[in-house]
Design a protein around this ligand. Structure first.
Ligand code: PLP
Length: 280
């Protein structure tokens, strides 16, 4: 089953119009939500961010958010999803092709589930990454369907045998192509401030809270590529990658080239959040 606006329907009964503005302009927004043990993780926070993205692109959403949360939980149950993801997107809907907003729009919401195991090997061993120029627009805080900048960066990373592209704007590390980036230096955690140049990751904010609980000092400050190369530890965060150690950036080892102790502590604290929220 899938969620189509506010109804659960079989997947083969849904169809997207060729003049849907999401399809033609990327005129829409989305969320990816993790499911652990059959329960959606931080669902309210994801729906709040969806509402914020919608406001930023001036897309009025007609659905009651309490009901939407209920429908998403029903979707997970109907598909008997235990471990996986919910992909949810809303577009401005169907209209004759014209850049400006149509006078009347009916947004189209689609959500579906996919079984995906936790990325155990990456979490244990860490990943290789490479840097890439951040060629995206200046509203990266909106979780918009326009992902070409991220797609091109990720593809180059994959072609170099890396799992993530770390984006660099004017010498400053902003975030990953689909993750936020943290470094540890002298026991302090650094990550880019939550402004217009990065997505305000839900996992990022969970990790900042965990760091507070663990007594790890945090600075939401920019840092350079050289700071990243010279860091004691580095990791990325995201709904799909959780808290994932970075052991290499370009041709440099980070720290000892293995996941570091602060990263391990935060991974453990993050597991605690999963256990607390989803009873895993
Ligand atoms: N930054 C970007 C560009 C992303 O696309 C994502 C997730 O897809 C993130 C950060 C991490 O956000 P979250 O932790 O909410 O999944």
């Amino acid at each position: 089953m899938i969620l189509w606006n506010d109804r659960l329907i079989p997947r083969n009964e849904a169809s997207v119009d060729i003049e849907d503005r999401g399809y033609q302009f990327g005129d829409g927004i989305y969320e990816v939500i993790r499911v652990y043990g059959g329960k959606a993780f931080y669902l309210t926070e994801h729906l709040n961010r969806l509402e914020k993205s919608a406001r930023e692109i001036r897309l009025p959403l007609p659905w009651d958010f309490g009901l939407l949360a209920e429908r998403i939980n029903q979707l997970v149950d109907a598909n008997r999803l235990v471990e996986g993801t919910i992909y949810l997107q809303v577009t401005r809907g169907r209209a004759p092709r014209n850049h400006a907003f149509p006078e009347k729009t009916e947004p189209v919401l689609v959500a579906y589930t996919t079984e995906v195991p936790r990325p155990e090997a990456m979490l244990k061993e860490g990943i290789r990454t490479c840097t890439h120029r951040d060629i995206r627009w200046l509203r990266c805080d909106i979780k918009s369907l326009n992902l070409l900048g991220a797609v091109l960066a990720k593809q180059e990373a994959v072609e170099k045998g890396c799992k993530e592209a770390i984006l660099v704007r004017d010498g400053t590390v902003t975030e990953g192509s689909s993750s936020n980036v943290f470094i540890v230096r002298d026991g302090t955690l650094y990550t880019h401030p939550a402004n217009n140049l990065i997505l305000h990751g839900i996992t990022r904010s969970i990790v900042l809270k965990c760091a507070g609980d663990e007594g790890i000092p945090v600075k939401e400050e920019t840092f350079s590529v050289d700071d990243l190369y010279a860091a004691d530890e580095a990791f990325i965060t995201g709904t799909m990658v959780e808290v994932c150690p970075v052991i290499r950036v370009d041709d440099r080892k980070i720290g000892d080239g293995v996941p570091g102790p602060v990263t391990r502590r935060l991974q453990k604290a993050f597991d605690g959040q999963i256990a607390h929220q989803c009873g895993q």
